[in-house]
Design a protein around this ligand. Sequence first.
Ligand code: 5GP
Length: 176
Amino acid sequence: MKQVRDKSFVPFIASATLQERIKILAQEINKDYGGKNPLMIGVLNGSFMFLADLFKSIEIECEITFIRVSSYQNTESTGKVKQILGLKEEIQNRDIIIVEDIVDTGMTMQEILGQLASQKPASIKIMTMLFKPEALKVPLKLDYVGFEIENKFVVGYGLDYDGFGRNLDAIYVLKE
Ligand code: 5GP
């Protein structure tokens, strides 16, 4: 059991299981993007550990960058807007792979996808380490999924609870 702040978490996905799956995902990228030069865009903070391990098993020519999504901002027109911060690269005509830690309601990914797609990349695909199908609220095509999980709160391997727990080398789930 792991204590993160005021909550207890129990083992959910072991480190070895994560690493095995990540190798397979990397092989799929190596196969699908052979002869291409994709740009992987990791969404901070959660994706940093997953993408670091994944990237080590990428054998094709591939670039990497990271973005951050600002928290909801009030605007006069729409009320809620999430902004992409930190993207310096030109993505027009590039093959883009967005890499997330977890897709829950899918709202964050839908927003990112819309904003990146408007910059006219050659192609755009989504990879997520974890996916909660039961929580999904918007239509979203996920091209590469590490693990489908139940609609429960998880931490570790980049994912936080209240800023902590990201350093755990495996995924843990909230103890019921
Ligand atoms: P969505 O927009 O898909 O609802 O949420 C995506 C974001 O919510 C993720 O990038 C992550 O930061 C956070 N999130 C969703 N579910 C979990 C979870 O089970 N654990 C943690 N630590 N974060 C989560």
